[in-house]
Structures are given as C-alpha cells and as structure tokens.
Write a protein that binds this ligand. Structure first.
Ligand code: ADE
Length: 233
C-alpha cells in the first residue's frame, strides 16, 4: 500500500514511521509512506498557507490553494481515496481501519489551526476523527490512522502477532495477558493459565473479556448484541 500524507509539518512523522513495525513494513516494501510539505505549494511570495476567517472569529484557516495544488501533484492521474483528519469527521473504528487497509493507495490531509477552508472538501472523499477531543492538528491523528490500518495489511504483523483476538476485533475488550515469571513479588498468574487445559483456558478468557468489557465499556456489549448483565459462562 502507498500512503501519501499532506502536512505543514512533515518532520513530525520521521521517527514514528521509521521505528518498529511500520519501519519494518516499509523496509520490506509492503508499505510506502511519503510526506508532502503543503507549504512548498503556496503560490504567494511569503509561502503563506493560512489566513483570517471570513466573517471573523478566532484563529486562522488553512488556505485552499496550497492544498489543492499539493493534492493535484500527489494524485497525478490516479484517484486514491482521500481522507481529511479533522475533529468534525466520523469516528475511526477498528472496522473502518480494516476496510481502509484494503485500498492500494490512500492520501491523508492533516488539518491545522482553526480548520481548513471548506472548499477543500470538494477534493476529499472522507473526513475522519480519532476521538471526541481536539488536538492541535491532524498530524498525530494521521499517525494513529496509519498505525491502526497498517496492522490489517497482510504481512505487516509478524506471524506471532494477530489482530484476531485483540480488543475491538470481536466487539469485546481483550482478556488479561501474563508472561513469565508465574509469581512476581507476591502477584501470581491465575492457576488456570498454567495447567495447559486449552478448552478451560479459552472459556476463562472469554469470561474475562466479557467482564472487562462490562466494567470498562458496557456500551460495546449493547452494540454487538451481548447482554451486559449476564456475562457468558
Ligand atoms: N485534528 C484535531 N483534532 C482531531 C481529532 N480528534 N481527530 C482528527 N483530526 C483532528
């Protein structure tokens, strides 16, 4: 997959994308991520990319021209799926990330300041938010989106890692995990995980996942048609 990111702050992405699993995915050519500096496309003398909002109000608005020209240069003759990261967007979910991972090409546009000139929406396919809070810009949300969807691209996770049993994959939060030692400073791993009885371990994990979800995020149980009052046995 190729992901192009249009941003005023390309330097923010360097260390995040070169490390760990995303770095490995790029080295093995499963993933190609390129950042593009929107400012380089500003056609005014001072390379200005923002201006005061028509009608008044606080803050600055990102201008349409540098974004339109940057988008045109990046897309060329192709029609990649184009996403604007904004707190006004639809909430990103694991399900949506999985769908996006099936695209060959994505273009992410990072908004900044008070927002983006509304006319930019004519060259955008989808607006996404990573949560009901406002960040200083779309750069961190773009990193979150890339990280989240990359895990669904075949080959990105090692064979030992899997998205099958983790939180949000089946509508439940994940069961508790433990590793060695079995006893640590008086804290013991639940006995059931130590005896190798796989059917019992599976049942225990299902019950734990249900309990954790009921306690932390009861609304998730409703969404997936599970009864929060009666954890499955
Ligand atoms: N830009 C600022 N806040 C954001 C959010 N919560 N999601 C996506 N983009 C944003």
């Amino acid at each position: 997959m190729r992901i192009d990111i249009l941003t005023l702050f390309p330097e923010m992405f360097e260390s995040v994308f070169s490390a760990s699993i995303l770095g490995r995915a790029q080295n093995s050519s499963i993933l190609s991520i390129q950042t593009h500096d929107i400012r380089a496309y500003a056609d005014n003398k001072h390379k200005k990319t923002d201006d005061y909002p028509f009608g008044g109000g606080a803050g600055l608005v990102m201008m349409a021209q540098p974004i339109f020209d940057c988008m045109a240069a990046v897309c060329g003759d192709e029609t990649p799926h184009r996403i604007l990261l904004t707190p006004r967007g639809k909430l990103l979910t694991s399900e949506r990330a999985k769908q996006l991972a099936a695209h060959d090409r994505l273009v992410l546009l990072c908004g900044h300041y008070e927002g983006v000139d509304e006319r930019v929406n004519t060259i955008i396919d989808e607006e996404l938010s990573i949560g009901d809070y406002v960040l200083t810009g779309g750069e961190l949300p773009a990193m979150v989106l890339v990280d989240c969807l990359s895990r669904f691209i075949p080959g990105v996770l090692g064979s030992d890692d899997s998205t099958a049993e983790e939180s949000h994959t089946n509508g439940l939060l994940e069961y508790p995990q433990y590793t060695r030692p079995a006893s640590f400073r008086g804290l013991d791993v639940p006995e059931i995980l130590l005896n190798g009885h796989h059917a019992n371990i599976k049942k225990w994990r299902e019950r734990q996942a249900m309990e954790k979800t009921r306690k932390m995020r009861p609304c998730l149980l409703g969404t997936f048609g599970k009864n929060p009052e009666k954890p499955q046995k």
